[in-house]
Design a protein around this ligand. Structure first.
Ligand SMILES: [Zn+2]
Length: 270
């Protein structure tokens, strides 16, 4: 065992919220036992962080389970859309305090995540950790240079998106709607950024993922995160990028009518 971890085990003393298979009822089921470790909050958790046990741990350590214990943020449960809490996928703490994001936002920006696909919840949970690690790491960009000078990525304070959707349709809390993202420079103070895991240049997202994306857009309006007059963009409407993939992008106009480009993209103005 590593130096800062303390093995803790309890028998079941609480109820877990589970059943994130996409149905509208978030089932409450008793657990048989939970085991895990107290670990530094700057470390990604192998399973899930369980806040209800944090007081059992020393300061600056959190209780991390050995296997995932999924809980919903509950924000969109009434819309039939449980959202996996960031603690549940084992997110590291943000490297710095994130800036607050206003409510009643004007933009909903859609991305894809090239290189991070998944079609079952177990794999998608792992992908979330990988994307966060990638976004938080400083590095030289492979094979990219500007007049011979290697391009460096200075890293984000946290996963860049507010929400991420897996190929099985599971919605994951990234930064969540309370904090500004790092996904669309110039729009991060006025948008929600959502990323679908997978590359959609030549293929489309699964029906489950596409449905979750639409349901998330509806839910975020119902809780006043998005303005009822919000405009939906693909990332490529904001900057030169292939994101969110050509084939997927073609479908968005129909999927998000009448919100699609209801505010004309700045890039299009002559
Ligand atoms: Zn993007």
């Amino acid at each position: 065992m590593d130096g800062f971890s303390t093995q803790l085990k309890w028998t079941c003393i609480f109820l877990l919220y589970g059943s994130l298979a996409g149905d509208s009822n978030v089932a409450v089921k008793p657990c048989n036992g939970v085991s895990g470790t107290c670990q530094n909050e700057n470390t990604q958790c192998k399973g899930s962080y369980l806040q209800q046990f944090d007081d059992k741990c020393p300061d600056n350590e959190r209780f991390c389970t050995n296997i995932h214990q999924i809980q919903s943020t509950k924000e969109c449960d009434t819309k039939g859309l449980p959202i996996v809490k960031r603690d549940s996928w084992g997110a590291r703490t943000s490297l710095k305090t994130l800036n607050d994001l206003d409510s009643d936002l004007s933009f909903f920006v859609i991305h894809h995540a090239d290189g991070y696909s998944c079609s079952d919840q177990k794999t998608c949970l792992q992908r979330m950790k990988e994307v966060q690690k990638d976004h938080q790491s400083k590095r030289k960009e492979k094979g990219k240079s500007y007049f011979g000078v290697p391009i460096s990525f200075s890293g984000f304070d946290d996963i860049g998106y507010q929400y991420v959707i897996g190929g099985d349709g599971t919605v994951f809390e990234g930064r969540g709607w309370k904090y500004q993202g790092a996904h669309s420079p110039g729009y991060n103070t006025k948008s929600i950024g959502v990323c679908l895991l997978g590359n959609f240049t030549a293929t489309l997202p699964s029906n489950d993922a596409a449905t979750s994306l639409k349901n998330l857009h509806v839910c975020l309006q119902s809780i006043n995160v998005l303005s009822p007059n919000n405009s939906v963009y693909g990332h490529r409407d904001i900057r030169q990028t292939e994101c969110p993939g050509t084939e997927f992008y073609k479908t968005l106009k129909t999927q998000f009518a009448p919100f699609w480009h209801s505010i004309e993209p700045e890039m299009w103005k002559g």
